[in-house]
Every structure is written in structure tokens, then in C-alpha cells.
Design a protein around this ligand. Structure first.
Ligand SMILES: NC(=O)c1ccc[n+]([C@@H]2O[C@H](COP(=O)([O-])OP(=O)(O)OC[C@H]3O[C@@H](n4cnc5c(N)ncnc54)[C@H](O)[C@@H]3O)[C@@H](O)[C@H]2O)c1
Length: 376
């Protein structure tokens, strides 16, 4: 259990997965005063050993079971790649650890339900990594919606545009690609943000369409566009394309959201066009996973378009630092934080998959959907 308010409870942290994100969070753990013990792990021995060296970890291994059984551990970060979340989550729940789980909870609806039920039954404190919730702009909007500045929200539009480097880099890691669709892997961030801003509104129908001219050959879709109807009649248009060309200056995500209320409106331009770098040198400061060699050079970049944050002097600064440190504070001091809950994580997977299913069948789907519908 995490600390009760007013207490201080030292954190013994296990980080499962020492890739890009596991590394970022483990490095931050080492500088958080409440983390007393740190163990890291990866099936790739070189990555685990290097991260252990760089963070002066107390322990490292290639077997997550060995790490999670250590008596020092009371909190676990699951930072394995999308298809490999389930087994380490269940093992950490069995040990009663507090959990930070990278999105999505799982890439299969039955697995996600199994994981959600196990967490709910055990009573462990678990949060899901929806990093955008820790950005100042979205917290400011959330507060204005909470205090009713624009009246009742009636209409929402969400447009996510992404560089195709993300699907190209993500899909090459696995042959299990059927659920690695734009909404499931990446649109989940903007879907979570939109539903968090619309908190309390329940979707009752979704109608979606997809296309795949560019990325069909590697087993995914280019774009999914959908319209959700909420129980109170609110209309929400949720659109993503992750097929923008490599030369597009946005490193990962560009987001636009419009929220119309009965007495006001809020619009967000989160496309990062306000910070532009152009250079004769090729630019990859945001996103370029190890071993991935893009076939074109980019010379213009929208700075700050890599969602976790930006590197200064070898350190990552930005939303992922806020999110990670807030989670440590939640465990160490019992602070309330805006992290996504396991239910949010499960709901997000089901809704992103429902958009895919509606597009595949070419029909609107009633929500909440019978979760077995995905297997018919
Ligand atoms: N919140 C965000 O902004 C954000 C950004 C990028 C990625 N993510 C999420 O973070 C997660 C990790 O992504 P990444 O980019 O770091 O991937 P990555 O491929 O760089 O790292 C994943 C690591 O997990 C390891 N791994 C796989 N199975 C394992 C197992 N059973 N035990 C131990 N290690 C295992 C792999 O060897 C790999 O090194 C994904 O779920 C991804 O969707 C979140």
C-alpha cells in the first residue's frame, strides 16, 4: 500500500523493461529521495546491465519473476513493450506491489479484463501512464471544465496527427501486429485526454472508418476516424492518422482539441508549431528508437513534439518527469494525483478496439459493448 497522508513510506522499486521508457523512469527514480532501493530488469541482458550501471541500481536480472520476488520491492513499473505487459503485471499484483503500468493495459480485450479484475480484486494502488495529463495546458483546461466556465459541454473534436516513424518503429519489434492499430497504440493518449476532459460522460455509440494506403503493407491502418455519441447527446469526433511522412517536422504527436459548451468554448492547438528548428544537419532530437534507421532525412523539427519531454544536458525534462515524480510522491506521501486509473486503462482499450471493429464491419456499435464481441 502507498503512504497515508502525512506519512513517509520509503519506496523499493522494480522496473520491468529497460528500453526507452523504463530507462527514463529508472533514471528519475534514482534522484527521487523517497526511493530507497532500485532493481531493474530486461530480457535483453545488455540493456538491463547498462541501465543498472547507469543508475547504480541495487539489483538487476533478465527474469522479472526473480526481481518481483525480492523482499525490498513494494512498487513496480511495467515498461515492457505493448504485447508484453500482462504476465509481469499479474506477477506484481500477486506480490501486492503498487503499480505504474505503461499504456495500454494489454493489447487484447480478454487480457485487459483479466488484468483489470486482478488489480481491482487485490486492492493494490495501480496507475496507467497517460503522460499528457501532467501537462500544464491540459490541467488548466480540466480545471476550467470542472468549475463550469463553458457551461455544459455539447460537442468535442479531437484530431491527432502523427509521424509514421512511430508505427514503423513499433511494428518492427513484433509479428503480433493485429491489435497494433493507430487508436490502440497511440490514439489511446488523445482518447484518454478527451474522455478525462469530458469526465462523467458515457459513450453509447461509436461509428468509425479506417484506411491503409501507406501502412497496410506492414499490417496496420493509416488512419481511423470515428464519431462517438454520449448518453447525454454530446457528440465527439475522434480522429487519428499516424501515417504522416517521416519528413513531417512533428517528432511524434500533434493534437488539436475543440470543446464547445453551452456558454463557452475551449480550443487547444497542441501541434507544437510554435517552436521550429531548421538546420542543414539532419534532426532527430525527439524520437528515433535504437536500431531504427529512417529512410529520409529531416531538416526541420517542431521542438517539444516528443511527448515524454526534451533532453537538456543528458536529462529528460517535461511531462514524463512530472508524471513519474508525481507517482513517487503519491506512494511516498499519499498525495492525490491525476493519474489514469486501471478502469480508465481498460475502458480506453475497449473503446479504441471498438473503433477498429466498427470500421472493420462498417456499422455503428452500441456501447458499452459486450467484450466477447471482439472474438466473434
Ligand atoms: N507515456 C508515453 O508517453 C509513452 C511513450 C512511449 C512509449 N510508451 C509505452 O511504454 C512502453 C514501453 O515502450 P518503449 O518505447 O520503452 O519500448 P522499448 O522496446 O524501447 O522497451 C521495452 C523493453 O521491454 C523489454 N521486455 C519485453 N518483454 C520483457 C519481459 N518479459 N521482461 C523484461 N523485459 C521485457 C524489451 O526487451 C525492451 O527492451 C510501451 O507500452 C509503450 O506504449 C509510453
Amino acid at each position: 500500500m502507498s503512504a497515508r497522508k502525512g506519512e513517509r513510506k520509503e519506496i523499493g522499486l522494480a522496473v520491468v523493461g529497460s528500453g526507452t521508457i523504463g530507462r527514463i523512469r529508472a533514471v528519475m527514480a534514482r534522484t527521487y529521495p523517497g526511493v530507497g532501493w532500485l532493481g531493474v530488469c530486461d530480457i535483453n541482458e545488455g540493456l538491463a546491465r547498462k541501465l543498472a550501471e547507469d543508475t547504480q541500481a541495487d539489483f538487476w536480472t533478465t527474469d522479472y519473476r526473480e526481481l518481483l520476488k525480492r523482499s525490498e520491492v513494494n512498487a513496480t513499473i511495467i515498461a515492457t513493450d505493448e504485447n508484453n505487459h500482462v504476465a509481469p503485471i499479474l506477477a506484481a499484483v500477486e506480490q501486492g506491489h503498487n503499480l505504474f503500468i505503461e499504456k495500454p493495459l494489454a493489447t487484447d480485450v480478454r487480457d485487459s479484463r483479466r488484468v483489470y479484475d486482478a488489480i481491482a480484486k487485490s486492492g493494490v494502488d495501480a496507475v496507467i501512464g497517460y503522460t499528457n495529463r501532467f501537462r500544464r495546458r491540459f490541467l488548466a483546461i480540466k480545471e476550467k471544465l470542472r468549475t463550469g466556465e463553458i457551461g455544459e459541454v455539447t460537442t468535442v473534436t479531437t484530431r491527432a496527427f502523427m509521424n509514421r516513424m512511430v508505427p514503423l518503429a513499433t511494428l518492427r519489434r513484433t509479428e503480433e501486429r493485429v491489435n497494433l492499430q493507430p487508436m490502440v497504440v497511440s490514439g489511446t493518449h488523445s482518447l484518454d485526454m478527451s474522455l478525462w476532459l469530458m469526465e462523467g460522460k458515457e459513450p453509447v455509440e461509436v461509428y468509425a472508418r479506417s484506411n491503409d494506403a501507406v501502412l497496410g503493407s506492414i499490417g496496420t491502418k493509416d488512419a481511423t476516424f470515428g464519431i462517438f455519441t454520449m448518453k447525454d447527446g454530446t457528440l465527439w469526433s475522434m480522429n487519428i492518422s499516424w501515417a504522416l511522412p517521416i519528413v513531417w517536422p512533428g517528432a511524434v504527436y500533434g493534437l488539436e482539441i475543440g470543446i464547445v459548451g453551452t456558454t463557452g468554448v475551449i480550443t487547444v492547438d497542441d501541434t507544437h508549431r510554435d517552436l521550429v528548428l531548421a538546420s542543414e544537419k539532419a534532426q532527430w532530437s525527439g524520437y528515433r528508437p535504437e536500431g531504427y534507421h529512417p529512410e529520409y532525412e529531416r531538416h526541420v523539427e517542431f521542438l517539444t513534439s516528443y511527448p515524454p519531454g526534451d533532453i537538456y544536458n543528458g536529462q529528460l525534462w517535461g511531462p514524463m518527469r512530472e508524471e513519474t515524480n508525481a507517482w513517487f510522491a503519491r506512494l511516498y506521501t499519499g498525495m492525490d494525483t491525476p493519474h489514469a486509473t486501471p478502469w480508465d486503462g481498460h475502458r480506453n482499450l475497449v473503446l479504441t478496439m471498438a473503433m477498429g471493429l466498427s470500421a472493420e464491419r462498417g456499422v455503428p456499435l452500441k456501447l458499452p459493448i459486450d467484450e466477447e464481441e471482439f472474438y466473434r
